[in-house]
Design a protein around this ligand. Structure first.
Ligand SMILES: [Zn+2]
Length: 273
């Protein structure tokens, strides 16, 4: 499995599928695993790595949001203490999320060593700037809606690690399953966090991490521009420039399906037929 980044206190694994990231924060007394995914061979590799770096440590498992690609590995790490947003716990679409996993595994003949189930969460967070101490590290959580309804931004203040789930990717434009208004609110809170704290590394759910503050802020601007162009094209009934979009983002067949989904959602939210 590809390792995108490795230090004493952080490993970022990258799946061969959708360049999905799994983060592993390594403390003195604990490890925190985030969104383990996708394939059995990849999950085994992650588990073996934890056996090396996490020996005799407390184990935590955090989900950035409930999209199926981010919870698919839950069963392999089920005995860990789990963390997610309260919206994640109360998500009403649990059955259809699990169905997506079953469909994926069926389509690609994937057998897993565990049953597919929706994560049971031990510690959930409903507010912004909510604190949690794990080992010697202080964590701070923020709600992140817009992409979907139950995102959680995780900031390890002690190590300067910000994990944002499916926002601020350098390889995807915004995929909006929940709401434009709430997506923009999440971008505003990301901007505030990045300006207020020293972020040593920002990790997105798909694509490359960045350690560069100007790139973090640029990614916010890129997301804002896409949303503004989307809204503009709908409100002014102008064609969206997809040629330019798929020059910047590399997978035009699947990405066009997401772009069409965004158009549908935006039309409904903007009340345009
Ligand atoms: Zn994702």
């Amino acid at each position: 499995m590809k390792i995108q980044f490795k230090s004493e206190e952080l490993i970022i694994f990258e799946s061969s599928l959708y360049r999905t990231t799994t983060s592993l924060i390594i403390g003195e007394q604990y490890i925190l695993l985030v969104d383990p995914n996708w394939l059995p061979i990849e999950l085994d590799f992650i588990e073996e790595t934890i056996q090396e770096v996490g020996k005799d440590k407390e184990t935590y498992l955090l989900f950035t949001h409930s999209d199926y690609d981010h919870i698919i590995g839950y069963g392999q790490f089920k005995n860990y203490k789990t963390i997610a947003s309260s919206n994640f716990v109360n998500n009403k679409n649990q059955a259809s999320i699990l169905q997506q996993i079953e469909k994926f595994d069926d389509e690609y003949y994937v057998s897993r060593s565990y049953d597919i189930e929706y994560p049971k969460i031990d510690m959930s967070f409903a507010g912004n700037n909510e604190k949690l101490q794990i080992g010697a590290d202080s964590y701070c959580f923020y709600q992140a809606q817009g992409h979907n309804i139950d995102g959680l931004l995780t900031f390890n203040e002690s190590k300067g690690i910000l994990i944002v789930g499916d926002y601020l990717s350098n390889i995807e434009f915004p995929y909006i399953y929940d709401s434009l208004v709430r997506y923009k609110a999440t971008l505003a809170s990301l901007e505030q966090i990045i300006n207020q704290y020293t972020i040593r590394i920002l990790i997105s759910g798909h694509g490359d991490f960045t350690t560069d503050k100007s790139e973090m802020l640029q990614r916010i601007q890129d997301s804002r521009k896409y949303i503004a162009d989307l809204e503009g094209s709908i409100l002014n009934q102008k064609e969206f420039d997809t040629t330019q979009l798929y020059t910047r983002y590399k997978f035009p067949i699947i990405m066009d399906a997401f772009h069409q989904g965004n158009i549908k959602l935006a039309k409904a939210e903007l009340r345009v037929k």
